[in-house]
Design a protein around this ligand. Sequence first.
Ligand code: GLU
Length: 438
Amino acid sequence: MTVTRFAPSPTGLIHVGNLRTALLNWLIARKAGGTFILRIDDTDTERSRQEYVDAIREDLEWLGLNWDRVEHQSARLDLYNESADRLRELGRFYEAWETPTELQLKRKKQRNMGRPPVYDRAALDLSDADRNRLRAERGAGAWRFKLNRARIEWEDLILGRMSIDAASVSDPVLIRQDGRMLYTLASVVDDLDMGVTHVVRGSDHVTNTAAQIQAMEALGSRPPEFAHHSLLTDAKGEPLAKRLNTLSLRELRANGIEPMAILSLMARLGSSDPVRLCASHDEMIEGFDIARFGAAPTKFDPEDLEPLTARVVHGLAAEDVADHLSAVPGALREQYWHAVRANVSRRSEAGGWWQSLAGSDPKDVAEEDREFVSDAFDLLPAPPYDANTWSAWTCAVSDKTGRKGRKLFMPLRLAITGQSRGPEMADVMPLLQKKPGL
Ligand code: GLU
């Protein structure tokens, strides 16, 4: 049984970067008919906020990324402490008292000597007397996981064969000096306890993975499959990290971006398959294959969401945009929407054409066209109009004025719709309730 999870820390809003992680995990679970867990990584009590938990749920719901189970790490601390005890018994967990400043200094020295800044395990050499003294002076220490200095290897579903020398990695702190459990151990315990089979996350987690694989093995379990996706960059190839706040799902949603546009782009970005608008979640699941994703940094341009959003809107039915059509008389809604939808790029703008068509304000007509337009309107009978009105009328106007093509059509289009581009005029005419005038 395939089990995946999306494990956000509720310390901020979900942005396009996190979404990619969520989506890939969701797709793996759904494709396999498995389970998708929403796991809230809220052991950092100082930075975690309920409002972000709510926002994460709401954003995922908006995108239709449904979960089968939700878990909160803050409610599972006993389990993590049991595993911490187990690691202590195994001699794989040790207490260390260095302050951040001391650690920084050590790293600086190591760098100056051309050595990698790996924690020197000084705490392992402390005598019992030293420990007692440090505990008395500094309180409880931080707890570090003692890595086995061997190569840590796994077959990454995206990066391929991975081999990391544990000697190049610092023994990770799993419990902080203030007693707070870090996500690193909590995640190991949860992934094992919840039977997670695949972990997809950003490539910034590769070193964590190496340590977590050893921790899982120490706890007597087989690690899941790992897949590390590349990180997003902007169009110029610069890391997107700094701009991610403006690319929150909240923001995109407020800007009228359609969920299917975001999902379709994110399901393909960084893979060898071309981006294609999916009509449904099922279609997206059907076409998904994690093996098609590559290691290279992935460019993300928010502009790419525009044409995809427009295409979603073009395919909507009148009832999908009913909220925005309240100004359009009920009997005309279908007809109106079919006439204009190819010229609307946001759901929220669905009623926009009605305002220009129904408004009686004279539209901008160029001075040199005023007489022509006035003569043309003289040849137009009163409504109702039908699908033939436009061609019959423009033929009559052409006969009378000798104008043809663009010079004939454009001033009339402008005078009626106020726009130089837009829906077919043959479709527009039947929508007019009043005879247009100058
Ligand atoms: N809470 C972690 C994060 O947001 C989860 C990483 C993971 O997927 O294991 O980075």
